[in-house]
Design a protein around this ligand. Sequence first.
Ligand SMILES: [Zn+2]
Length: 141
Amino acid sequence: MPETTDLCHPETVRVAASHQAEAEKIAAELAAIASSGMVLPGSITQRRTRCGRRNCACHADPPRLHGPYWQWTRKIAAKTICRWLSADQHRDYQPWIDNDRRLRELLARLEALGAAAFDADPRRERQASRASSRTGTEASR
Ligand SMILES: [Zn+2]
């Protein structure tokens, strides 16, 4: 582990070697995905549709639906945005969607490491016992 004098990490908070090793593995994978530039949010779903013509095979029994068509769906400010994709686009962009999902998993693991380190910090116990012995008015200062 390299010796660092990082301003973001004062001496009192040092991460365990196993924590550091895990973080570096995550960072390497994050960097590989990010530098590919192939990241797309949302999901791609297959759609099969019925048309409006009553005598079309899509209304038969059993129905032979149109498609498959591919649709890329994502949320922007709580609004769902959809775009139709060609089969080629579906093939090309599905890995981008998978990369985005992986980035989120890796970030979640990194955050879990941080939360575990916080929980293992011995000062947490002292703060918890101090807070419970305080009255509500003193708690915020
Ligand atoms: Zn039809």
